[in-house]
Design a protein around this ligand. Structure first.
Ligand SMILES: Nc1ncnc2c1ncn2[C@@H]1O[C@H](COP(=O)(O)OP(=O)(O)OP(=O)(O)O)[C@@H](O)[C@H]1O
Ligand SMILES: [Mg+2]
Length: 420
């Protein structure tokens, strides 16, 4: 009996950090919307080739390195994960390239590749069991993995050769000329490898520019590309653009939990969490802005809900004023400050009564050895990626994709129907 695999969406990107994970989350949210009606248990996720890893437990409780996106998506979306070795079967970390080339060039170059492909095939077969649909996240830019013959196109070809109905989406950055230029070489390379790309998503488009960008990209791909390059593409036409996803600036905001996690990794910061007790769940609000308070009065009107404030650890009056302001904001707007960072901890001077007040409240508060300028510049320099606990960002992505991904469900149905 022929094995019947579920519909599978492969999310490719023209670059690292282009929004493949954001798109995977957006598609999963769209699938789970009332419009499409999938349950979370209908959906599988796999990142066949990973690069950046986290240490997690495998299905037998043994620590392994698994791709960060595999951990993020299964945790944030609640997708079934019966062992990270299945959701993240191959990890290609820096340092393994030279070793692989040494070994492969002295032996059979195809043997190592075959072993990787076999691992991916087995993991896919495991992850897809009982699922109506599987999301596969590609790695980096399309060429990543080619050292070992497991580039994104190789993995797509593997799945299609197995008989998996794969719909490939290429995610590109929102622009006009730069977007066309970025997509072109990858489209040509994919075609050359016999890999059909089924649709393009333009991600991170400035809201005010969506109409203009849509106009020019549609005009280019409908009227200019086909007569010049159409003969290089099997279907004669480039993949359709499935949607224009707006730039959601809040995705770039940290949370107090992320800030605390960052400083926890710096020994000289001597980071201490003062409150609240359940910091991990209560410190997940987005930090909209970081404001440094001096001891001068009159700063309250400069603060807005969602701001985090940095105050010297011994500025007890100002700290008290912030606790009161936080409560007032919560009463008035439903949202208070997102956090308080007490600087220059080594100076000391935080009054016991003030510390107790902080501990009794719900304002996420940490202390650090650094001064305020140092704290600001370190937080501004953070590379902010979505975290497994970022439920606020998950909602923002769901909203952005529910409005912008208009063409995809229809096309996907048509493509899979045509295959049957
Ligand atoms: N539409 C968007 N609006 C605003 N920011 C975005 C958008 N899409 C992505 N980003 C930002 O870019 C970051 C990287 O996105 P994402 O993790 O999805 O990229 P990726 O292609 O999966 O990266 P990697 O190559 O590491 O897997 C996100 O954490 C987010 O901060
Ligand atoms: Mg990713």
């Amino acid at each position: 009996m022929a094995t019947s695999y579920p519909q599978t969406i492969f999310v490719l990107g023209t670059d690292r950090d282009i929004g493949k994970t954001v798109t995977s989350i957006g598609i999963i949210c769209k699938l789970m919307s009332d419009e499409l009606g999938y349950s979370v248990h209908d959906i599988g996720y796999i990142k066949p080739v990973g690069q950046e890893t986290l240490t997690v437990m495998d299905g037998h409780g043994v620590p392994i390195e698994a791709d960060k996106d595999a951990v993020l998506i299964t945790s944030l979306m609640g997708i079934d994960c019966h062992g990270y070795e299945k959701v993240s079967p191959v990890v290609w970390q820096s340092g393994v390239t030279a070793e692989f080339i040494d070994e492969a060039s002295q032996g059979d170059p195809l043997a190592g590749r075959q072993a990787f492909l076999e691992r991916i095939r087995e993991a896919y077969e495991y992850v897809c069991q009982g699922k109506r649909i599987v999301i596969v996240e590609g790695t980096g830019q399309p060429g990543v993995g080619s050292v070992a013959g497991i580039s994104n196109a190789d993995v797509i070809n593997l799945l299609r050769d197995m008989g998996v109905p794969v719909f490939v989406i290429m995610v590109a950055r929102g622009g006009i000329g730069s977007t066309i230029d970025q997509i072109f070489p990858y489209l040509m390379a994919a075609e050359h490898m016999g890999t059909r790309i089924d649709g393009i998503i333009i991600n991170g488009v400035f809201g005010s520019k969506i109409d203009k960008i849509q106009h020019y990209l549609d005009a280019y791909y409908q009227h200019i590309f086909p007569p010049i390059y159409g003969h290089y593409v099997r279907s004669g036409t480039p993949p359709p653009i499935l949607g224009y996803v707006p730039l959601v600036p809040e995705l770039g905001l940290p949370t107090m939990r992320l800030i605390a996690e960052y400083f926890a990794g710096k020994r000289d910061a001597a980071m201490e969490i003062i409150a609240p007790e359940d910091f991990e769940t209560k410190a997940c609000g987005l930090v909209r802005d970081i404001k440094v308070l001096s001891l001068d009065f009159g700063y309250e009107q400069l603060l807005n809900p969602g701001d985090a404030v940095i105050i010297g650890v011994n500025a007890n009056d100002a700290i008290l004023a912030m606790l009161l302001l936080h409560e007032r904001m919560e009463r008035r707007y439903g949202t208070g400050l997102s956090g308080m960072i007490l600087s220059c901890k080594q100076v000391g001077g935080l009054a016991r009564q003030i510390r107790e007040l902080i501990e009794r409240g719900d304002l996420p508060t940490i202390t650090l050895n650094y001064d305020s300028a140092d704290i600001v510049s370190r937080i501004e320099g953070l590379n902010i990626k979505i975290q497994p606990y970022d439920v606020n960002k998950r909602q923002l992505i769901a909203d952005a994709f529910s409005h912008s991904l208009t063409l995809w469900p229809e096309l996907q149905k048509a493509r899979f129907a045509a295959k049957a």
